[in-house]
Design a protein around this ligand. Structure first.
Ligand SMILES: *[C@@H]1O[C@H](CO)[C@@H](O)[C@H](O)[C@H]1NC(C)=O
Ligand SMILES: *[C@@H]1O[C@H](CO)[C@@H](O)[C@H](O)[C@H]1NC(C)=O
Ligand SMILES: *[C@@H]1O[C@H](CO)[C@@H](O)[C@H](O)[C@H]1NC(C)=O
Ligand SMILES: *[C@@H]1O[C@H](CO)[C@@H](O)[C@H](O)[C@H]1NC(C)=O
Ligand SMILES: *[C@@H]1O[C@H](CO)[C@@H](O)[C@H](O)[C@H]1NC(C)=O
Length: 306
């Protein structure tokens, strides 16, 4: 393959991010990638006391929002948990029986105003857009004040992507901010799903053959919606961080049974074949992120050589 990706250089990436905010918004796999980037960047900082969470929040088990400052560069690398990117909340008054929660497909997450101005914004979603995590739990789809009991998850996701693209077009200054959407991170459960005893603990090697193309319906939907906006600034300044196919062969790279820890308090059958061990696969995603950042910051005339 003719790949001329620049080799990752933590110091150079931190220089690129000087006085800037880089923000991940998404589900826990977005958090996985955020943690990977923290580790990769911290290798360039000799005095680790100069890297700290701005509110003193502990990194483990903390949900919600975390922001790490790299003091020497006045740059923050932040993570906001938003599994659907749109609002999840209580149903409106008079909602049909059985509706416990709704996803408001026409409304970006309530925390959006906090990351709107980030210099680099990396979205991801997908792992929660399924029947088990929505309708089965009594979580239906809402548009305006209406709960639509008939909407399929596929259609609901598409509407949420339209909301996201419209929001970016309206709220994000594309001259300043660089927006990326990370594609779906493959899972590797075998013999069941995450909640039915599926596993990957016997996987010690990647798939070394060539794999069939992974169908990533989430990215296809995003590409479809973007094509409806062809020519608009929002499309010209938004990149896909396309990692699905390259990660598909790494069935050996997941947290598997190792997330349980030595004290084995969690049941052994709850294997984690969706999150990744670190160092590991998300590091490669961040190497691509680095290359994309360099490319974007390069003067126009040198772009062809990158
Ligand atoms: C640090 O970066 C922020 C932008 O993220 C900027 O507003 C602020 O002025 C910078 N502080 C210093 C001391 O340069
Ligand atoms: C590391 O940074 C901390 C916080 O800025 C500072 O107090 C400490 O003296 C530094 N240590 C060294 C060895 O420079
Ligand atoms: C949902 O489907 C039912 C039965 O097909 C129909 O009566 C109802 O009007 C539909 N509701 C919406 C919001 O489309
Ligand atoms: C972005 O840059 C373009 C071209 O330089 C300019 O016309 C536009 O007003 C800028 N938009 C914002 C929000 O600054
Ligand atoms: C992502 O990259 C794969 C190859 O790794 C390619 O087959 C696929 O079409 C790309 N997806 C999109 C949405 O560009």
């Amino acid at each position: 393959m003719s790949c001329t990706c620049k080799r990752f250089d933590a110091t150079k990436m931190l220089e690129t991010l000087r006085d800037k905010r880089l923000v991940f918004v998404g589900d826990s796999i977005g958090r996985n990638q955020w943690e990977s980037l923290l580790c990769m960047l911290s290798s360039a900082v000799a005095n680790k006391s100069k890297i700290y969470e701005v509110n003193g929040s502990p990194i483990t088990k903390h949900t919600g929002f975390l922001s790490f400052m790299f003091e020497d560069y006045n740059c923050t690398v932040e993570y906001y948990r938003s599994t659907y990117l749109v609002v999840q909340g209580h149903p409106p008054p008079g909602a049909p029986e059985g509706v416990r929660l709704t996803l408001r497909l026409d409304h970006m997450d309530w925390t959006a105003h906090r990351w709107r101005d980030a210099d680099v914004l990396i979205f991801n979603t997908g792992h929660w857009w399924n029947y088990e995590k929505t309708i089965k739990m009594g979580c239906y789809f809402q548009i305006g004040e209406e709960v639509n009991m008939n909407l399929t998850i596929t259609d609901a996701f598409r509407i949420s992507v339209e909301t996201m693209i419209d929001w970016i077009a309206r709220e994000v200054n594309m001259n300043k901010s660089y927006v990326l959407f990370r594609t779906y991170s493959p899972v590797h459960f075998r013999g069941g799903d995450w909640n039915t005893g599926g596993g990957c603990n016997s996987e010690t090697l990647p798939d070394l053959g060539s794999l069939p193309a992974v169908s990533d319906s989430h990215s296809r939907t995003i590409v479809d919606v973007l094509s409806e906006h062809a020519g608009e600034p929002v499309v010209m300044n938004l990149d896909l961080l396309n990692i699905t196919q390259m990660s598909a062969s790494r069935k050996d790279g997941h947290a598997s049974v190792y997330h349980i820890g030595p004290d084995r308090r969690a049941p052994m059958q709850l294997q984690d074949c969706s999150h990744w061990c670190l160092p590991g696969v998300p590091d490669s995603w961040n190497e691509i992120l680095y290359a994309l950042l360099l490319k974007r910051n390069a003067p126009k005339f040198s772009q062809v050589s990158l």
